[in-house]
Design a protein around this ligand. Structure first.
Ligand code: HEC
Ligand code: HEC
Length: 422
């Protein structure tokens, strides 16, 4: 028996092709302390400088290690890193930081056997700091401000929706109706300077309210509208040009490789589908794996003091805009009825009877899965401005919470430009 075992074991060693190292052509150019950490903890898998220990080279362990190295290199490779665009590098670095913070990387099986790969709090701080350096503050971007003005002119003069119906390479079509759905969050992303509104269809909004977020039901659909953010040194963040509309929809039979989620992204006001083949779906899903505890969704409203997840019921009003202030640590959504939307698009110059504007202000919270994103915390206030049906006079009501300086609130609420929608 023992002899058979020895022979099988020896044979196993013969069928393991060794991991080979291709040349290092375009290595990452980062500060030395950053590179040192990556070399120590990540290079065995994510580079062409794999330097495995003797025990990694013994089958059957070697089979797993070899498969991991192959997979890891296919995702990104520090030896060819400089072929990525600056934007892709920036995105990857933030993803790396978040994989490390959520203990997804380095792979735990590997870290258990390779103590040098365990990252200390100081190592993680170095990586975070590097990520932040790649995303410096972007105040007073006049090119973006001007492009936003032009986009808003086009948006406000387009009388009817021209029924754009683009379809992504995996078959998911753009959903024009999303603006009538409930908002589950607004996020301010300081990693890539964007501000977002996240909408849920009735099935997904119900699942959130009922705290059924570990496995969203079939037919759950989430749409995220993303704008490039206009920022200033007072902490104000507001939406600029439309970056993209992104979709996640649960269809277990169709999307078997991504836990039932189909992804789609439509770029710019032209809604150009992202991805030339259906394979793009996997690249979206790979990063969403960080949020596996809530069925791959990052933006689940936090549980409040009573353990409930709240979704503000906008009572049929649609989002006019959203904005944030990082000094006050707030995120806000301004809603309006049809009359309010029309007035907002005309710059609030002429009011008509029956306008309803509702501003919901949230405490900003950290996204627990993603360092780089602020999401909705508790509601701080709900305020409504109405124009009287009979006299067209503007009135102000504080519906919930408290705000400072209520005398100036009408002017403040009506000072916000509408966001550019498709
Ligand atoms: C033992 C091999 C191994 C080591 C060491 C390792 N990784 Fe990975 N990494 C993988 C594999 C395999 C995958 C793909 C599988 C998965 O997503 O679970 C992956 C995926 C990733 C991804 C997701 C890429 C994508 O496609 O979206 C990131 C980011 C990442 N690793 C970062 C790191 C960082 C940072 C380190 C070092 C701190 C590290 N990894 C160390 C094997 C490794
Ligand atoms: C590098 C990581 C990463 C990749 C790749 C990625 N996402 Fe996300 N996605 C996030 C993070 C982080 C959030 C939550 C914060 C935010 O952006 O609002 C998010 C949020 C979303 C949401 C809102 C629902 C939720 O999970 O909160 C949708 C919809 C979405 N992404 C679609 C996509 C699509 C479509 C793709 C591929 C084209 C994609 N994502 C690729 C990181 C990623």
């Amino acid at each position: 028996m023992l002899l058979v075992g020895v022979i099988v074991f020896a044979a196993m060693q013969l069928v393991t092709p060794p991991v080979t190292n291709a040349p290092v052509t375009n290595p990452i150019k980062a500060p030395a302390d950053v590179v040192a950490i990556l070399q120590r903890a990540c290079y065995d898998c994510h580079s062409n400088e794999t330097n495995l220990s003797w025990y990694d080279k013994i089958a059957p362990a070697s089979w797993l290690v070899n498969a991991d190295v192959k997979e890891a290199r296919s995702r990104f490779n520090f030896s060819t890193w400089d072929t990525l665009s600056a934007t892709d590098q920036q995105g990857r670095v933030w993803e790396m930081v978040n994989m490390v913070l959520t203990h997804k990387m380095p792979l735990s099986t590997y870290a258990a056997l390779h103590p040098k790969a365990k990252l200390s709090a100081a190592d993680i701080a170095v990586l975070k700091n590097y990520a932040e350096e790649l995303s410096p503050a972007n105040y007073h971007d006049t090119a973006l401000v001007n492009a936003t003005e032009r986009a808003l002119d086009v948006f406000s003069s387009s009388v009817t929706n021209d029924k754009k119906q683009p379809v992504a390479a995996n078959g998911i079509a753009y959903i024009p109706d999303f603006q009538n759905w409930q908002v589950i969050s607004t996020t301010n992303r300081f990693d890539n300077h964007s501000i977002r509104v996240v909408y849920a269809n009735a099935i997904a909004a119900k699942a959130v309210r009922e705290n059924n977020v570990q496995a969203f039901p079939e037919g759950s659909t989430i749409v995220k509208a993303v704008w490039n953010s206009i920022e200033n040194e007072n902490g104000d963040i507001k939406p600029g040009t439309l970056n993209s509309i992104q979709v996640m929809t649960k269809d277990t039979r169709r999307f078997t490789q991504s836990k039932g989620w189909g992804f789609a992204k439509f770029n710019g006001t032209g809604l150009k589908p992202y991805g030339t083949t259906a394979a793009f779906n996997t690249t979206c899903f790979n990063c969403h794996k960080i949020a596996d505890a809530t069925d791959y969704l990052f933006n689940i409203p936090l549980e409040n003091k009573t353990g409930k997840r709240e979704v503000f019921d906008a009572r049929g009003l649609k989002v006019i805009t959203s904005f944030a202030n990082t000094h006050q640590q707030t995120l806000a959504v301004l809603y309006g009825n049809e009359a309010a939307h029309t007035t907002a698009l005309k710059g609030y110059r002429v009011h008509v009877p029956g306008e309803v504007f509702t501003l919901v202000t949230y405490q900003q919270a950290n996204n627990k899965y993603w360092y780089g994103s602020h999401i909705h915390g508790e509601i701080k206030s709900v305020e409504t401005v109405r124009s009287g049906i009979a006299d067209n006079q503007l009135t102000y009501t504080l519906e919930q919470g408290s705000v400072a300086g209520s005398a100036t609130r009408i002017a403040e609420i009506l000072s916000h430009q509408p966001s550019v929608f498709p």
